[in-house]
Ligand binder design. Sequence first.
Ligand code: AMP
Ligand code: MN
Ligand code: MN
Ligand code: MN
Length: 273
Amino acid sequence: MKYDLHSHTTASDGELSPRALIIRAKAADVDVLAITDHDTLAAYREIDHSVLGSLTLIPGTELSTQWQRNNVHIVGLNVPLECSTFTEAIASQQRSRIERASIIADKLAKKGFTDLLPGVLEKAGKGSIGRPHFAQQLLEMGAVKSLEEAFKKYLGTGKIGDVKQIWPELDEVVGWIRDAGGTAVLAHPDKYHLTRSKLHRLADEFIAAGGEAIEVVSGKQDKVRTRELAKLSLEKNLLASCGSDFHQPGKFWAELGQQSPLPENCTPVWDRW
Ligand code: AMP
Ligand code: MN
Ligand code: MN
Ligand code: MN
């Protein structure tokens, strides 16, 4: 069975519609897929169940949090689609995204990029508004030559457009998922560039808050690193998850269903299901 438990659609910063994502996942022989758009469950409102065939869809979302001034992402799997408290939590994340977008726009205006917001809003459409939409707008205006450059200069970690104080604390967000009966997964542990001891501290606080799993495999990653993360999951008694973090076609390191299988010594998060 092939699992891909982390992916994005046009409901956040992905390029494919939920329908196109499902078709691509099936073509990649994925058996179980979680769509985990940033701070939204909107993709699940437009699933055409006739496209699914034998593919199993796990309701999910990727929630933004802050932990010790880091922007940490928590994937919620098997979250409820109809639960008023969880839906309200998601709605508050959406309000934070809109508020953050106007803060980012003000900050970039001070750098001379005035009136960014209308174009950014248009790019986000009905989806979760985020930094990639600012990057697209800066690229379209010719302010940068690539999306990568937009992050490197203006939007990435520590740059002027990196506004993370807006997010709720990690333990609060993990609590939302736990209380809603979902499984909280610490997403892509390597993206935070933490030292070993800080990653252990993050894992400990995540577990104390009710977190249950960690992405041992996130996209195409180094085999040695996979073994280290498997060891961490065993040490901390965390279940292991895996996902591509797919956003768009053409990125071989984050392609649907292409990540290597979980090491055999891990307990997969789906053993629970
Ligand atoms: P946000 O959700 O608004 O905080 O933006 C974070 C998203 O930006 C991530 O989920 C990625 O999709 C994207 N991203 C982060 N860093 C980069 C980068 N260096 N180049 C391109 N996209 C990036
Ligand atoms: Mn993203
Ligand atoms: Mn993420
Ligand atoms: Mn993601």
